[in-house]
Design a protein around this ligand. Sequence first.
Ligand SMILES: Cc1cc2nc3c(=O)[nH]c(=O)nc-3n(C[C@H](O)[C@H](O)[C@H](O)COP(=O)(O)O)c2cc1C
Length: 435
Amino acid sequence: MSQRSRSVTPDPRSPKRQKLGHLTKEDFKNGIFLAPMVRSGALPTRLFALKHGATLVWGPEIIDKAILHSKREVDPVTGVVSYNGVSRAIFTTHPVEKPYFIYQMGSSDPEIAVQAAKQVMHDVSGIDLNCGCPKPFSTHSGMGAALLTNPDLLCSILTALRAAMPPEITVTAKIRLLPSQEDTLKLVERIVNTGISALTVHCRTRNMREKDRAVIERLREIVEFVEGMGKGIAVIENGDCDGWEDAKRVRRVTGASSVMIARGAESNPSCFSATPLIDIEKTLMPSYIRLCKYFDHHLGLAKFCAAQFKSQRKEVTKAQSTIIRNTLGQAKTYDDMIDFVKTWTGEDEMKEIVKAIEINCPREHRMLPSSFVSEEVNSDFTTPPGTQNPEPPTSRAPLLPNDFINDTPAFLPSAALTPTPEGITAAPSIISLRS
Ligand SMILES: Cc1cc2nc3c(=O)[nH]c(=O)nc-3n(C[C@H](O)[C@H](O)[C@H](O)COP(=O)(O)O)c2cc1C
């Protein structure tokens, strides 16, 4: 938890910040999403994912009871919102991610789920119920994958959430496959009938481990089944997709219009771009650590996430990579990493992220409609010839708008932080990608 002095926020629902409009069922279509990941899906990772083209981002699962007694505090310098427990932050977010942010909860009780959702709903755009976690800490109390075999409870939680949340908050679910396809379809039918806005299917069964290949072929029938229900609900594929290029394969095999990526993004949060970063020890790690220090982010968590980053190396040698990784691993303070971070300009990193989101609204960054999946991505989304390490499409922005150059209190909720439809200067190619 940060030691910086904090203020209890004013009302987070400034009318100006709502300009982008709330999420609709359409926002879950033709997207490429960051999956919920405990530890690895921390705020800095979500922001870099958005910078590099993720359409929406899911937060790590938070157990319903854990958030209930937390205290909401805002860092007056960075605008980071923390829900603090007794000794640590249980959940952190930032207003800039709100229009794209889905909060995931673990629950086995409709009433507690509703209370937990009410606690955070002003800082998020949607609530997702985790119905897939196979770990005993989830299943022993009836949460996660245990809900798959207790559809009455699963559906009662979704129904209660939908009834209690205002219309601008979406309610979604993430499930795993059941061993039998017939049982899976029956479960999906019940879930879709609760009024959810989208359904993510992790294409593994409860007993399958990450190393087992996801059986994505089973998803096509589920996608067609849900289409046949006529409720306009997107089925989001999850499992073994490693980035923008690979998403085309996944969409072709499954018919799902959206894909959700976990481990691919854990390794490289820029995987959502058609031109993901390479030489990640130099292109991403220093920026990531700078942002973490600026946010006063938990050092151990920052080091853990950065240590997962992997990419193709072109200019960084193996020896350089080893030195950087050793420095990261041994650091006891942020300052111990100055050799490869070079300079503490985390505020500038944040400005870059805000600028990228402002210029190329992540919610407009869509995959091509399925009928075009075999075609090449528009050239605006590919590496310019002769460019070793191009900026991703989301950061091809001109200079910051004046609002961001001014030395105003950094990143406190303001209209400038939330892209608005009027304010989007998307390239024509981006507009043509809309479904
Ligand atoms: C480090 C890590 C943490 C995860 N935490 C969550 C979680 O909090 N909630 C959840 O629904 N799934 C969680 N998952 C599962 C992923 O969201 C995803 O379903 C799974 O990794 C398959 O996607 P992938 O093949 O793209 O990795 C986690 C996965 C990883 C690797």
